[in-house]
Design a protein around this ligand. Structure first.
Ligand SMILES: Cc1ncc(COP(=O)(O)O)c(C=O)c1O
Length: 365
């Protein structure tokens, strides 16, 4: 198949598979021990923190992006009548985390994004002294637009709001430095740019103790557990770090696998990966211009990503491309081509040949 669907899910990488196999061998033949696995978990946490340019104690493992966003939406200190500002086109997993808080009195302002990307000017008319958060995707799943998060964070800082970032599409595809972006919380999952199968995510919070009390509490998040593991009536002290958000046992196989993915990504380097993905985009845009096919998202290099949505009419294109062995996704704006680090210039040229064939065969009689 011609796999152009990294924004949906990346195929299992050999490096990741090797770590999963090693984990399952250990599980089968030595049953861990779990302490070894937990030590490895801390190594992977440090690797992941390094990728984000933050300290390991600010990173919690979660199930997925949604879990991290829900922790942020519930934990940010807001009062009834406060508001959060979102793009109307936001990913539903980001929007629902906030919309679900409306019965408790949170106002959710959904902002039209009529430009090709969002920056401070997009949000400014909707932000006021009751705005507690601006919550947005770094790279948007339906257009590939890369929003200007640093600009938005400056607006938030000037008005006392926090930025909560959904980095699901950008982590592993673009350099994402959480500190430089100036976000209070950043959530993502690992089954796209981070190359690990579904069921693992993470949440980075800039100041967890002050900003975000946890929604759920378990032993992992408590600082004063007793040695005999009796949960007594004494006051409960939460861990001061992001591990306060972790509950119960982890997805240990996936965390081990993430270590393999992070080794691979750091060996290549994120600047090289993102340059490669943008170059594939340059090449695709040249072909699209030649074929007369319009791109739904921005053309500007610094505002685009690994995602390119083709505005093709609903005249059998999705079926034609599937029948030609092309794996991509249909999204609300068109047919979404998305590149992973494994895609090549030849893949783009092959797609262009298939699109040219489609134009000939789908032309109205
Ligand atoms: C921007 C964005 N956020 C979140 C998700 C997924 O959320 P979760 O990791 O909770 O499944 C996706 C895609 O699946 C996405 O594109």
């Amino acid at each position: 198949m011609l796999h152009l669907d990294a924004a949906h899910q990346t195929p299992l990488s050999t490096a990741v598979r090797a770590r999963l196999d090693a984990f399952y061998d250990q599980a089968q033949f030595t049953a861990g021990p779990k302490s070894t696995w937990l030590a490895r978990t801390e190594e992977v946490r440090a690797q992941l923190a390094g990728l984000l340019g933050v300290a390991p104690e600010t990173v919690a493992f979660t199930k997925n992006t949604s879990e991290g966003l829900n922790i942020a939406a519930r934990g940010l200190r807001w009062q009834p009548g406060d508001n959060v500002v979102l793009l109307a086109s936001e990913h539903p997993n980001n929007a629902y985390a906030w919309l679900a808080q409306r019965p408790a009195g949170l106002e959710v302002r959904q902002v039209p994004d009529d430009k090709k990307w969002a920056d401070a000017a997009t949000f400014a008319p909707y932000v006021d002294e009751r705005t507690r958060a601006i919550a947005l995707s770094h790279v948007m799943f339906h257009s590939g637009q890369r929003n200007d998060v640093a600009d938005i964070a400056r607006l938030a800082a000037a008005t006392g709001a926090q930025v909560v970032l959904d980095a699901m599409q950008s982590v592993g595809t673009l350099p994402v430095d959480a500190g430089e972006l100036g976000v209070a919380a950043l959530a993502a999952g690992s089954h796209k740019g981070l190359l690990v199968p579904q069921g693992l995510g993470f949440l980075h919070t800039a100041a967890p103790a002050d900003v975000l009390p946890p929604t759920y509490v378990a032993t992992a998040g408590v600082a004063n557990t007793r040695a005999d593991l009796v949960a007594g009536p004494e006051a409960l002290r939460l861990r001061p770090d992001a591990q306060r958000f972790e509950i119960g046992n982890f997805n240990l196989p996936a965390i081990h696998a993430l270590g393999g993915a992070l080794d691979l990504i750091s060996a290549i380097g994120l600047p090289a990966i993102s340059e490669h993905l943008l170059s594939l985009g340059d090449r695709l845009i040249d072909h699209l211009d030649h074929l007369g096919i319009t791109l739904a998202g921005p053309r500007e290099r610094e505002r685009r990503s690994h995602i390119y949505v083709l505005e093709l009419p609903d005249t059998g294109w999705a079926e034609f491309l599937a029948g030609s062995g092309v794996r991509l996704s249909k999204v609300r704006t068109g047919l979404r081509v998305s590149f992973g680090l494994y895609n090549t210039g030849d893949d783009v040229d092959r797609l262009a040949d298939i699109l040219a064939r489609g134009q000939r065969s789908l032309r109205p009689a």
